[in-house]
Design a protein around this ligand. Structure first.
Ligand code: BES
Ligand code: MN
Ligand code: MN
Length: 450
């Protein structure tokens, strides 16, 4: 490891723990002040590390931090993107230690945001500090760190469109994804898109006695379940007409390459304590999560859920439904197909409302660009193994937008593990991964600038 990183290891960790103590939950307005404090923390740390300027840019929602160090306008520029907001921590009772009181246990940092994405953002801040302090920053660098990634990045889109000149760069570098394993580095070369909506089924105009009316009047919860169940067939194939129309079909060669990545079904099911997986028939798990679309209920509610029993025929039922999309599907089009179909399958005894939430487009990133090759070489140097290009199943909707608005491709050089429990209780990030990131990032800059 680089001498400067070695000498400052403990401070790099304690600063990250300070960052993790700020509960920057973007979804919950109760934390608005904390989200702002987190943005100020990033601004201050970037200033201390040596940027020319670091601004807190106001938006209609949470602020965006923009910072830059321009050493020579003639040199290339790397734009680092990340997010300082985190997912809500609940259910709190399932955490072994409080989500915003980070602890280091078994060589891992436990806290909400440890991996997604504060830990990975902070690697960039410390990698930048390292390059500054060791006089080895080889090109210009810009930072755009947002506070609304976990709620759809709506205001970032506006910011990007309004600040195209300011954000001018040669490539976008993002650490917000995973590697296969600590001894098997990988780089995501694709992300899925997303169409997220909420549905509301209304039956009678009021809750009814389930004995007096039950058997005659439609129960919106039963109806909702029937409707949702009919959205997939026995092969886990989605039944919405035209849903697969635009799905890019991989060639046999591409499928073969994708499945070269190591995958251990036994370890996978054992880790999740499930007997077997249940995905779309005819596809491997790597395909199901990487290049095939999905439809999932994220939450469903209605009726009586309090203690004991209440015999009630509810008036309403609700569900939040998301579809992960793959190239070349389009989120607006899929949202519309869903809306049309879901409304059409409702029985006459109920009313349906479908409310779109947010969407995002899928992306694939090149594996032959200078930036990808620099990331690959940097990881090969620090891991001692060439990283495998993989398709990530998650979504970072802004990546497609960067490409559309700025004409810029991204490199997804993440250092997390799928088992880091992001969005779940006991989220954690390995010290190995944190320091590996800080060590690898300066090499990316070096190889990209050569
Ligand atoms: N960092 C994740 C996305 C991710 C995780 C990509 C692991 C690849 C591997 C990001 O913060 C995230 O959670 N995105 C959301 C989408 C957003 C619109 C709420 C997601 O994927 O659900
Ligand atoms: Mn993230
Ligand atoms: Mn996330």
């Amino acid at each position: 490891m680089n001498k400067y990183i070695q000498e400052n290891k403990d401070r790099f960790l304690s600063e990250l723990l300070d960052f993790l103590r700020i509960p920057s939950v973007s979804a919950d307005s109760k934390y608005k002040g904390d989200v702002r404090r987190a943005s100020e923390f990033v601004q201050k740390k970037l200033q201390e590390a040596g940027v020319d300027k670091a601004e807190i840019c106001e938006t209609a929602g949470h602020p965006i931090i923009y910072a830059e160090k321009i050493i020579n306008p003639a040199l290339p520029t790397v734009l680092v993107y990340g997010h300082y907001d985190v997912q809500p921590a609940d259910p709190l009772n399932l955490w072994d230690s409080p989500p915003f009181e980070p602890v280091v246990k078994n060589e891992k940092i436990y806290a909400r945001g440890a991996c997604d994405d504060k830990g990975q953002v902070y690697m960039h801040v410390k990698a930048f500090e390292t390059m500054m302090k060791t006089n080895s920053l080889p090109c210009n660098i810009k930072f755009m760190i947002e506070g609304e990634e976990e709620v759809g990045s709506n205001n970032l889109g506006i910011f990007v469109r309004a600040n195209k000149a300011k954000l001018k760069a040669d490539v976008i570098l993002i650490s917000d994804t995973s590697i296969i394993a600590n001894d098997t580095p990988s780089i995501d070369v694709g992300l899925r898109g997303l169409s997220y909506l909420e549905v509301e089924i209304t039956g009678s105009n009021r809750d009814l006695h389930s004995g007096v009316y039950g058997g005659a009047v439609a129960n919106p919860i039963n109806v909702l379940c029937e409707m949702i169940a009919s959205l997939k067939d026995a092969n886990q194939h989605i039944t919405i007409p035209n849903f697969y129309d635009d799905v890019l079909v991989l060639s046999e060669q591409e499928r073969k390459e994708l499945n070269l990545a190591p995958f251990d079904m036994k370890a996978y099911t054992q880790d999740l304590q499930i007997e077997e997986t249940r995905g779309e028939k005819g596809y491997t798990v790597l395909e199901q999560t990487g290049v095939r679309p999905t439809l999932d209920v994220n939450g469903i509610w209605g009726g009586y859920i309090g203690e004991g029993a209440k015999t009630v025929l509810p008036s309403k039922a609700f569900a939040k439904i998301s579809m992960r999309l793959v190239p070349n599907q389009n989120s607006d089009k899929i949202t519309e197909l869903f809306q049309k179909y879901f409304t059409s399958i409702a029985p006459k005894g109920v009313k349906v409302e479908v409310r779109p939430h947010h969407g995002g487009e899928p992306v694939v990133t090149p594996t032959d660009s200078k930036a990808y090759l620099a990331a690959s070489k940097a990881m090969e140097t620090t891991f001692g193994k060439k990283p495998i290009p993989t398709r990530g199943g998650g979504s970072i909707p802004i990546v497609a937008l960067f490409e559309k608005e700025l004409g810029l491709k991204s490199v997804l050089m993440g250092f997390g593990l799928d088992s880091d429990a992001i969005h779940s209780p006991n989220e954690h990030y390995g010290l190995f991964n944190y320091y590996k990131g800080i060590e690898t990032i300066p090499l990316f800059f070096k190889y990209f600038s050569e």
